[in-house]
Every structure is written in structure tokens, then in C-alpha cells.
Design a protein around this ligand. Structure first.
Ligand SMILES: [Zn+2]
Ligand SMILES: [Zn+2]
Length: 345
């Protein structure tokens, strides 16, 4: 099969031909129909993820059709149209037994713990636990965009943030995760404030339901949010993963507010200074949010089917597998508005 592979961190990935994968006994092989290019892939390529063994094929935001099924798989067959959370549970640890596969103790992540979907085919383990059936009406590019950014935001806003109608929600960073969070929080009835440095992303945030936007390059962000909300946001997300957005997110909250860290903080940003006096004095909650388990996809997909959520609006450019190395390497420049998805293989 064709695959985009890198042999050294930070060295340009190449389009090469490698052996086709075979399914594990409990797994499947998917023919990849669409796969998103994500900043997490960039982190992996930079060498920030200790799970990655070289040579490596990235790609974790995928949708496709089942091509081959392992002998122990009960619920899936060749030809099924599916997607998968980017964190796959093992099925046998206490977290998996409790339904929290997103924090599985032995989790696998295609594109990190094993070869991913920047390829014609990808192997997925523990298929009965981790695969999600796609509605017939959903196109593959949209489905690929669900698996990481959109599902992550759904869990952050709905399951972790428990956002409710009338609350003020601030979203710091309006890339793929942030714009998804804006749309989801607005659908939940919240008043959403989007923050970014790029006017085009702020415009999109408004189109997706933000009632106010703030250009972080021109304003004191926490001050501006406290003013708009008359006292601070109830829930605030760092959707980027940077010390500045994290700090702004904590400082913009009202007493007893919730900060949700969604953006990854790795490399030089792995141990940021946290404004602890506010956390203690105002009883601020700090929560992480990490993907979303397969069994919660139904709630999200029902909101997509009913038209309350429209993830297709977040799909940006569609590119070929041959264009993936360039797209991956430029992921840290934040140029693209909407998700870049590989749809030609
Ligand atoms: Zn991703
Ligand atoms: Zn597990």
C-alpha cells in the first residue's frame, strides 16, 4: 500500500510503498477513505510523543470501510462504514470496564502507538469496543473530522464542562478544536465567546454561533471576557494548548468557574506556571479532557443527524496523500481555517 512515512523525527516524511496490514484477531483493517491532518500529528513528527517508534506512519482522524476482519470480531463485517476514536481502549482494564476508554490504562492510538491512517489501509485493534458505525448520510471527510477534534470538543463541553443553557463559555484558540467547541457550546444553549489572533477564524467562530469574539493580539483577554460576561465565564476552554491561552482561560473565569484543558501541552510547554492563587481563592476547577470514548459517539451523531451540529462546516481543504507531508510539516503555522483532510489516496 501507499503510505506517508518518516524515518527520523523532524525529517520530511515521504510517500512510500509498504506492506499491507493484516487484522489482529480482535481487530480490523480499514480501507481509509478520509483522514485529517492534525496538530497532534505535527507533535508526533517533532518527536514530542514517546509512544512513537520509527519508522512511523502518522494519522489518527480517520474514516473508512472495513476491508478485513479478525476471527474474534463479533459485531463488524467487511464493507461496514466506520470511524474510530483516536484513543482506542484495551477492553480489559478498570477504566475500560467503567466505560472510560478515553483514559484506558493500555490505550492504543493509531498514528502514535502503531501505524496510522496516512496510508491506503490502517489496522484498528479491539474492533468490537472501539469502532463506531457511521450514518449512511455522512460523507467520509466530515466523519474523519469527528474522531479527534470534534469528539474531543464534545466531551470537553458536554461531559467535562457540563455546559448548560445561559452559561458563558469562553473558547481560547479557534482552530479545529476551538471552532468545534464554539458550535457545540452554542448548540447546548450557552453564550460563547471565541478568542483567537486570526480575524478569519474569529469570523468563522461568529458564523458558528459565538455571540462575541476577541482578538487576543489586540485586547487584555481575561479583562475583556470579564467585562462582556459581567464577572467572568462559567466555563473556559484552552483549545490551543499554550501557556498564554491556558493562563487567559483560567483568569477569565468567575468564582467557581471551570477551566478545561483540551489543547495538548507538550515539549517546552509541558509544565506551565499555573495562577494558583485564583484557583484556591475562587475555588476554580481544573479539568483535563482527552478524546471521547466510542460509546458516547451516539449522542454526538444524533445531534449531527438532527442538524443541531454540522461538523462539515469545519472541513477546510481536501488534499491528496502525496500532499500530506507538506501539510503535516506546516501544521504548526496555524494558517489553515478549518480542518485539512486527505481524501485522495
Ligand atoms: Zn487530531
Ligand atoms: Zn483499557
Amino acid at each position: 500500500m501507499k503510505a506517508v512515512l518518516f524515518e527520523k523525527f523532524q525529517e520530511a516524511p515521504k510517500l512510500v510503498t509498504v506492506d499491507d496490514p493484516t487484522p489482529a484477531v480482535h481487530g480490523v483493517v480499514l480501507k481509509v477513505a478520509a483522514t485529517g491532518v492534525c496538530r497532534s500529528d505535527w507533535h508526533g513528527w517533532m518527536g514530542h510523543d514517546s509512544d512513537i517508534e520509527l519508522p512511523h506512519v502518522p494519522g489518527h482522524e480517520l474514516a473508512g470501510v472495513i476491508e478485513a476482519v479478525g476471527k474474534d470480531v463479533a459485531n463488524w463485517k467487511v464493507g461496514d462504514k466506520v470511524t474510530v476514536p483516536f484513543i482506542c481502549g484495551c477492553g480489559s482494564c478498570p477504566e475500560c470496564h467503567a466505560g472510560h476508554q478515553q483514559v484506558c490504562l493500555h490505550q492504543e492510538q493509531p498514528g502514535f502507538t502503531h501505524w496510522g491512517s496516512f496510508a491506503e489501509y490502517v489496522g484498528i485493534h479491539q474492533a468490537d469496543l472501539n469502532l463506531v458505525a457511521l450514518p449512511e448520510s455522512m460523507d467520509f471527510a466530515t466523519a474523519a473530522s469527528l474522531g479527534c477534534r470534534f469528539a474531543t470538543s464534545f466531551r470537553a463541553v458536554i461531559d467535562q464542562g457540563k455546559v448548560s443553557a445561559g452559561q458563558w463559555v469562553a473558547v481560547h484558540g479557534c482552530g479545529g478544536v476551538g471552532l468545534s467547541a464554539v458550535m457545540i457550546a452554542a448548540a447546548a444553549g450557552a453564550n460563547v465567546i471565541g478568542v483567537d489572533l486570526a480575524p478569519a477564524k474569529l469570523k468563522l467562530a461568529q458564523d458558528l454561533g459565538a455571540v462575541a469574539v476577541i482578538n487576543g493580539g489586540e485586547a487584555d483577554v481575561p479583562e475583556a471576557i470579564r467585562e462582556i460576561t459581567r464577572g467572568g465565564a462559567h466555563v473556559s476552554l484552552d483549545a490551543l494548548g499554550h501557556p498564554v491561552t491556558m493562563t487567559n482561560s483560567i483568569l477569565c473565569l468567575r468564582p467557581r468557574g471551570k477551566h478545561i484543558q483540551v489543547g495538548l501541552m507538550l515539549g517546552d510547554h509541558a509544565a506551565p506556571a499555573i495562577p494558583m492563587p485564583k484557583i484556591v481563592g475562587q475555588e476554580i476547577e481544573l479539568l483535563g479532557s482527552h478524546g471521547m470514548q466510542a460509546h458516547r459517539y451516539g449522542a454526538m451523531l444524533d445531534m449531527v443527524a438532527s442538524g443541531k451540529l454540522d461538523p462539515s462546516r469545519l472541513v477546510g481543504s481536501q488534499i491528496s496523500l502525496a500532499e500530506a507531508p507538506e501539510a503535516l510539516m506546516s501544521m504548526d503555522s496555524f494558517r489553515s481555517v478549518g480542518a485539512t483532510v486527505i481524501t485522495r489516496f
